[in-house]
Design a protein around this ligand. Structure first.
Ligand SMILES: Cc1ncc(COP(=O)(O)O)c(C=O)c1O
Length: 434
């Protein structure tokens, strides 16, 4: 019996990859191969970045100090995040609390919203994923990520969520192709009606292959304000640099009441979550104790990793680099999509991109199938060519999230291998179309 319970990112895939090491943008596997890591949303600085390794080594000397203690390194990490990550946002940004993961920090942010507004319902957008604990699981819309047993193995969801969740139609728009919408587009009036009585509207900017739309963000933000609801920007994937700017919400005019972060914020070197409150929110708390203690939040090792990560992104001008790479990748992906009839849609920003395929079960971004998903077959072909391309657990969706430090040559290789691997999807598309 295997003693470790695990999950797979690639729904239906039985490809097991044993990682024994990693350097830069490359994984080292137990069979001696080096494979390029093209889909790793936390590993923003790649693997074993020398400065991250050094920071963690030094931090191992720190005392065991929980969130209940004052610890200078934690204060400094909060100051660095505000000074560096929120530079230019100082007229509205307030204060930071650190957490353990994206899921946990979204739960914390949403419970705060419920406490502050005295309301329970929460709004999110279609195809959203906010995590797998508490309220973040309740408001996760993606049907295969519910924390129960995968539908692929004939499994079941846990009990239905306790929280009333209102689902807003996602924004329109793609760089290539069109989206298979679950909900028709909604007018500002319809969105306002959905936000009536909710504690918060929580919006993320990549899940389900749906990216930022400034006008849509501003419309939802205005509706939330009008209805006395808070607006939470879930920047767990998109925050901390992956978009070619610190946050996706910065493309809009509106500014959130709460921002949540995770993944890359500690450079992938330690588990992390962070919730950032606006000044107005901090004032609303009015000195009330926010009783949300947790043993490992703001752990000294994580705090050092956060500080080093922020410093490296700023010093190495990584945001500019990501923005420039994003333009190159977008243009190349459109070229690739035009060559492959199996590609239905492409969208993304900076260093996060989604490629949606036509599948044998078109309209099947869900994973409730027992057949090997087409996206997993494409990923397997890419892996055979020494490149990791992720799927989001859906049948038809691939995503790219390379490290921010990937070289031009490595990016070109990633896209060449994707181009080749899509032939697998074309064959299946030709067989099953019509
Ligand atoms: C937008 C978003 N929110 C929340 C989460 C959950 O983060 P974690 O996996 O760290 O719990 C994710 C993870 O993919 C995410 O993409």
């Amino acid at each position: 019996m295997k003693r470790l319970l695990s999950t797979g990112l690639n729904a239906g895939s039985d490809t097991v990859v044993e990682v024994v090491g990693g350097k830069g943008a490359w994984f080292e596997l137990s069979d001696g191969r080096r494979v390029l890591d093209g889909s790793n949303s936390a590993g923003a600085l790649g693997h074993a970045h020398p400065e991250m390794v050094e920071t963690i080594r030094k931090a191992a000397d720190y005392p065991v100090v929980s969130e209940g203690w004052f610890f200078r390194e934690r204060e400094k990490a909060a100051e660095d995040l505000i000074d560096i990550g929120f530079a230019g946002e100082h007229d509205w940004v307030g204060a930071v609390r650190f957490g353990l993961s994206g899921s946990e920090i979204n739960d914390l942010a949403l419970s705060l919203a419920q406490a502050v507004t005295g309301r329970a319902p929460i709004a999110t957008r279609e195809r959203a994923y906010h995590g797998l604990t508490g309220l973040s699981r309740d408001v996760t819309v993606q049907p295969q990520w519910h924390g129960g047993l995968s539908l692929m193995s004939g499994g079941v969801r846990p009990a239905a969520p306790n929280t009333e969740t209102r689902i807003i139609a996602a924004p329109m728009g793609s760089l290539y192709g069109t989206r298979d919408y679950d909900l028709p587009p909604e007018s500002p009036g319809e969105v306002e009606a959905k936000l009536d009585g909710v504690s918060a509207a929580i919006i993320d900017y990549s899940q389900g292959g749906i990216y930022h739309d400034a006008q849509w963000q501003d419309m939802v933000a205005a509706a939330a304000r009008k209805k006395g609801a808070l607006w939470i920007a879930d920047e767990v994937i998109t925050g901390a640099g992956r978009m070619g700017q610190w946050f996706a919400f910065q493309w809009g005019k509106s500014r959130p009441d709460i921002v949540t972060m995770g993944k890359a914020l500690a450079g992938g070197a330690a588990p992390i979550g962070a919730v950032i409150l606006s000044k107005e929110m901090v004032e609303r708390l009015d000195g009330a104790a926010w009783q949300a203690y947790s043993t490992f939040r703001g752990h000294p090792i994580t705090m050092s990793a956060v500080r080093t990560y922020l410093r490296i992104v700023k010093r190495d001008a990584l945001l500019d680099r990501v923005a420039a790479l994003g333009a190159v990748i977008g243009a190349r992906l459109v070229e690739i999509a035009k060559k492959h009839p199996s590609v239905a849609r492409v969208d993304g920003r900076g260093l996060h991109w989604t490629i949606e395929l036509h599948g044998p079960h078109w309209k099947s971004w869900r994973a409730d199938t027992s057949v090997a998903p087409i996206a997993s077959k494409v990923a397997a072909r890419a892996l055979a060519n020494d490149v990791v391309i992720g799927t989001s657990g859906e049948q038809t969706s691939l995503f790219l999230a390379p490290p921010l430090i990937m070289s031009d040559e490595e990016i070109a290789r990633l896209l060449d291998v994707l181009d080749d691997a899509l032939a697998v999807a074309d064959e299946e598309h030709a067989r099953t179309a019509g």
